[in-house]
Design a binder for this molecule. Sequence first.
Ligand code: HEC
Length: 87
Amino acid sequence: MMVLLSLLTLWGCSDRGRETKLWSNLCTGCHDGRTAPTAGRIREKYRSIGEFSVAVGSRGHRCMEILKNDDALIRKVGLEIGLRDRQ
Ligand code: HEC
């Protein structure tokens, strides 16, 4: 499982040639695996950007309020952590 996750992470990064900047700047403060789930856990749970944005809107913490109306940002973060953009 760890190997698979690492591969997915590597693929996610190399695919767009940059680091997970938005995710690490905006989300890892809480999404550290203690307060809230890590990117890996979220990737296991949500298969597409669509499901992911629904989750951000409905399951998120009050502090994630700023995100909820920003579909473009949610989509970028989703792509960064390796979710697929299927509609
Ligand atoms: C201030 C803290 C905080 C920040 C910052 C934050 N989150 Fe969260 N997030 C939480 C908490 C707390 C939960 C609820 C965890 C739970 O229910 O187990 C959550 C839940 C979620 C969930 C649902 C997870 C699940 O298990 O279904 C998603 C998706 C999510 N956040 C995405 C994001 C994204 C993307 C960002 C950055 C753009 C972000 N969050 C930033 C605290 C935060």
